[in-house]
Design a protein around this ligand. Structure first.
Ligand code: IPM
Ligand code: MG
Length: 366
């Protein structure tokens, strides 16, 4: 029995999670996938109901679960809350408390969508890159992180960028291991020209490479140059490994290459403990999209593809993951489009009809 915690959260989170639960039910009925679902509150909705965006109860449930399926958090109604009560804290606490240090963000351009990108089709067609973002360190969590008032009355705010050798080693190993299963090339992005954390990053990645992964090709790239190369010639990359903040920025950029941020899944993984247990959280990277929330318009594909990642990484169901990815490819080839990826001549649908189409494709491909 696989225990899955779903945390729908805010905005379009509940809609895309509902769609994904329908797909899970399909796997339960048709693919002998036995699972139990718990629900957890997170984000703005959790703040409304419990006074905290990151309830202890949700963290506890997440620890008990084999995998977490996360919707989205945030919305304009919570913008004015104090920093540590903002919806995003719910997600950040899950990452930190479960030590989900490895964030896998594939950017894959489906053939049917190569014209939906804002870049020329020949630049993005066939694109298949993987951003491996360090997720529990760096400037997101470094201390001090504070705002103080100076004697002259003005404010001074500090965030701290900090990395240790072991933090860099473990994310580098993750990236090299994943590269071995793909194109065997890793580009490591940092700012070693201006940041000492960047200097250490480059040294440690090089050492791990030399000692353990000499069969993989390693290159180093400055993060700003990487941002430029991603729009110039993204297909030069296979795996990009980078820190928390650069990974946040570069993965949004990579997402747009594929036509829509509504398409991209992610996995956040911890280390395996001695019993083989590995904490894992799967989430669409699009966020809560408050402007279209509650209208049945959201693209459920990113969340559904996050379930595919979950099947692959948490439950070793590689064939089932591939089946789901093929079903998504099929509905896109058939012309189904939600508003965010709509193109002339295609068949515009909402969340439910898109999910219906995916279920139908699963049924016929299975
Ligand atoms: C992401 C998001 C988050 C981040 C926010 C919601 C805290 O942008 O997952 O990329 O900055 O990490
Ligand atoms: Mg982001």
């Amino acid at each position: 029995m696989h225990n899955i915690l779903v945390t729908p959260g805010d905005g379009i989170g509940p809609e895309v999670i509902d769609a994904t639960r329908r797909v899970l039910d399909w796997y339960g009925k048709n693919r002998n996938f036995a699972f139990a679902i718990e629900e957890g509150l997170v984000g703005g909705i959790a703040f409304e109901k419990t006074g905290r965006p990151d309830p202890d109860d949700t963290i506890l449930k997440a620890r008990r679960a084999d995998a977490v399926l996360f919707g989205a958090v945030g919305g304009p109604q919570w913008d004015k809350l104090p920093f540590n009560q903002k919806p995003e804290r719910g997600l950040l606490r899950l990452r930190k408390d479960l030590e989900l240090f490895a964030n896998l963000r594939p950017a894959l351009c489906f053939d049917a969508l190569k014209d939906a990108s804002t870049l020329k089709p020949e630049i993005v067609s066939g694109l298949d890159i993987l951003i491996v973002r360090e997720l529990t360190g760096g400037v997101y969590f470094g201390e001090p992180k504070e705002t103080t008032t100076l004697p002259d009355g003005q404010k001074r705010a500090v965030d701290t960028q900090v990395y240790t050798t072991s933090e860099i080693e473990r994310i580098a190993r993750e990236a090299f291991e994943l590269a071995r299963l793909r194109g065997k090339r890793v580009a490591s992005a940092e700012k070693s020209n201006v940041m000492v954390t960047g200097v250490l990053w480059r040294q440690v990645v090089s050492k791990v490479h030399k000692e353990e992964f000499a069969d993989v090709e390693l290159s180093h790239v400055l993060a700003d140059n990487c941002a430029m190369q991603l729009v110039r010639n993204p297909k030069q990359y296979d795996v990009i490994v980078t820190d928390n903040l650069f990974g946040d920025v570069l993965s949004d950029e990579a997402a747009q290459l594929t036509g829509s941020i509504g398409m991209l899944p992610s996995a956040s993984l911890g280390a395996k403990d001695t019993n083989g247990k590995q904490y894992a959280l799967y989430e669409p990277i699009h966020g809560s999209a408050p402007d279209i929330a509650g209208q049945g318009l959201a693209n459920p594909i990113a969340c559904i593809l996050s379930l595919a990642m979950c099947l692959r990484y948490s439950f070793a169901r590689v064939d089932d993951a591939k089946l789901l990815e093929r079903a998504v490819e099929r509905v896109l080839a058939e012309g189904y489009r939600t508003g965010d990826i709509m193109q002339p001549g295609m068949h515009k649908v909402g969340t439910t009809a898109m999910t219906d189409a995916i279920l139908k494709a699963l049924q016929s491909l299975a």
